[in-house]
Design a protein around this ligand. Structure first.
Ligand SMILES: Nc1ncnc2c1ncn2[C@@H]1O[C@H](COP(=O)(O)OP(=O)(O)OP(=O)(O)O)[C@@H](O)[C@H]1O
Ligand SMILES: [Mg+2]
Length: 180
């Protein structure tokens, strides 16, 4: 995995597979504390104790199509490579929160990558799921919540090309203003 946005895409795919209809993604960069953290919270079916205890093992998966599950183990590995770690909080029938942090300035800390594109892929590909993206950089913040956008749109689907283009612009501008 080359950058954090691809890790995020992968972790959110788990949330979608778990039947979530709301996924909240929070990226916090604190350059004073030298920490970058990523939190992905969903309201999917959650993990049983057995799944939770084994989820970081690359040879553990509840998939039936292949016998390795890499998403969580790769993120955990990436965090550890940058003096960080990853934790899983999950409750059956309530949801799952994945939290990963990294030493911001660490030479092996992967760049965030193209977060706008990752969000567009998720939003356009899953028009019935609400996504919150919040990005805090020191004392500045950008956030977008498709729940509010959906409500404003009324009958127009969130996946219509004009809407997706407007959402893309909003995210690109928001992230540009955040770290000029
Ligand atoms: N958000 C989640 N909600 C419920 N269960 C989850 C969630 N994320 C992961 N899991 C469980 O943890 C297992 C391991 O997840 P992981 O992403 O590491 O591998 P995978 O999804 O099985 O395979 P891959 O990511 O390689 O396609 C999954 O098979 C699933 O059972
Ligand atoms: Mg996965």
């Amino acid at each position: 995995m080359e950058d954090l946005s691809l890790h995020i895409l992968d972790i959110v795919e788990n949330s979608i597979a778990a039947g979530a209809n709301r996924v909240e993604i929070r990226v916090v960069e604190d350059t004073g504390k030298d920490i970058l953290s990523v939190e992905i919270r969903d309201n999917g079916k959650g993990m049983s104790k057995e799944v939770r205890e084994n989820a970081v093992d690359p040879f553990y998966t509840t998939r039936t199509t292949r016998r390795v599950g890499l998403g969580l183990s790769l993120l955990s590995q990436s965090a550890k490579e940058a003096e960080g770690d990853m934790t899983i909080k999950s409750k059956e029938d309530e949801g799952t929160t994945i939290y990963a942090y990294f030493k911001h300035s660490h030479i092996d800390r992967k760049p965030l990558g193209n977060m706008a594109e990752t969000l567009i892929v998720l939003i356009a590909g899953n028009p019935d799921i609400d996504f919150l993206y919040e990005h805090i950089l020191n004392n500045r913040a950008y956030s977008i919540d498709t729940k509010g956008i959906r409500e404003e749109l009324g009958d127009i689907p969130l996946s219509s090309p004009d809407v997706i283009e407007a959402v893309r612009k909003d995210i690109q501008n928001g992230l540009k203003i955040l770290s000029p």
